[in-house]
Design a protein around this ligand. Structure first.
Ligand SMILES: [Fe+2]
Ligand SMILES: [Fe+2]
Length: 320
């Protein structure tokens, strides 16, 4: 085999990006591209899995069998999203075990939103509406991301996220048609989640050093601020239809820009939460670690079973 020179490989990589074709795991890629993808996909996978906790908190206290079935299905979908994404990440030469260890030891992050507590059942609705809504804004452009396995995982995930958003909105709509107490519960929940939902798009563009390179590589297709704007424009009419107020005194329609003007989240709070000091960071990671430790025997049993199957298959093969 003749070794292909690196400049030639790099040119092939750049040409693939220019054609808007996908980069596949077997293709040569710059190490920094690989490292950026591992970081982003792992963070995304961890968010799906950690994201099961705030809502899982309400599974045993769902107000009806129907609500419980919907919530269970939603939380299980998130586990599935985590699995697709860990698999996509493994094609880059890492392993789920390594990624999980990095999550548990705090060396890899997950979305800041899941470090906020869920205090009422209305939060289940608000998370579906705002958090899954923000996730959709973030993730739809990722269906066209340059790395094949990531883009294909996102196509499937996005279909399920739409269901998540709708079940949340439908729950809030039902509560808004209920008693004054239920309406107050929805408003209180929206007040708590609005700003953390805006933070989900990451820091302002001026403060996001990796954005430019990720866009050049076709990993990211829109900047943080573009996506945040899109989310606000999409959500304002939904809030109106629902009958809730978004807790931003600056929020108004800007005729000139044909978009909403809105206030800035508390970026100091965002930095605190991202660096591990949010209301629930320690609890979320401790819970994930406990689940991982308690699952050790399942992993051991599955590995032993697979080895036994492989040995049996080899023996049968020998006899043939
Ligand atoms: Fe998800
Ligand atoms: Fe979701």
């Amino acid at each position: 085999m003749t070794a292909t020179a690196e400049p030639e490989l790099a040119e092939h990589f750049e040409a693939t990006l220019r054609r808007n074709d996908r980069i596949e795991p077997r293709d040569w890629m710059p190490e920094a591209y690989r490292a950026t993808l591992v970081r982003q996909i792992a963070q995304h996978a961890h968010s799906e899995v950690i994201g099961m906790q705030p809502e899982g908190n309400w599974v045993t206290r769902a107000p009806s069998l129907r609500r419980k079935a919907v919530l269970l299905a939603k939380v299980q979908d998130e586990a599935g999203h985590g699995l697709y994404l860990y698999s996509a990440c493994e094609t880059l030469g890492t392993s789920r075990r390594e990624l999980t260890e990095k999550l548990i030891s705090g060396r890899q992050k997950y979305s800041s939103i899941f470090n906020y507590p869920t205090l009422s059942y209305a939060d289940v609705g608000t998370i579906g509406w705002l958090v899954d809504g923000a996730a959709i804004c973030n993730q739809v452009p990722l269906c066209r991301t340059s790395f094949g396995p990531y883009g294909r995982a996102m196509i499937r995930i996005c279909k399920e996220e739409s269901f998540h958003q709708r079940q949340g909105y439908e729950l809030l709509m039902t509560m808004m048609r209920g008693t004054d107490e239920q309406r107050a519960m929805v408003q209180e929940s929206v007040d708590r989640f609005w700003w953390p939902a805006l933070m989900m798009f990451g820091p302002p563009d001026a403060d996001s050093p990796n954005t430019e390179r990720s866009m050049a590589w076709g990993i990211k297709r829109n900047t943080n601020d573009e996506l945040r704007q899109k989310f606000v424009d999409m959500t304002v009419p939904q809030a109106r239809a629902l009958g809730v107020t978004l807790p931003d005194p600056e929020l108004r329609w800007d005729e000139q820009r044909q978009a909403h003007h809105f206030g800035q989240p508390d970026w100091a709070e965002f930095k605190q939460v991202v660096s591990g000091n949010g209301p629930c960071n320690a609890q979320r990671v401790a819970h994930r670690k406990r689940a991982h430790d308690e699952g050790a025997w399942v992993r051991e049993a599955a590995t032993a079973f697979a080895a036994k199957q492989a040995a049996a298959a080899e023996e049968t093969g020998d006899r043939r």
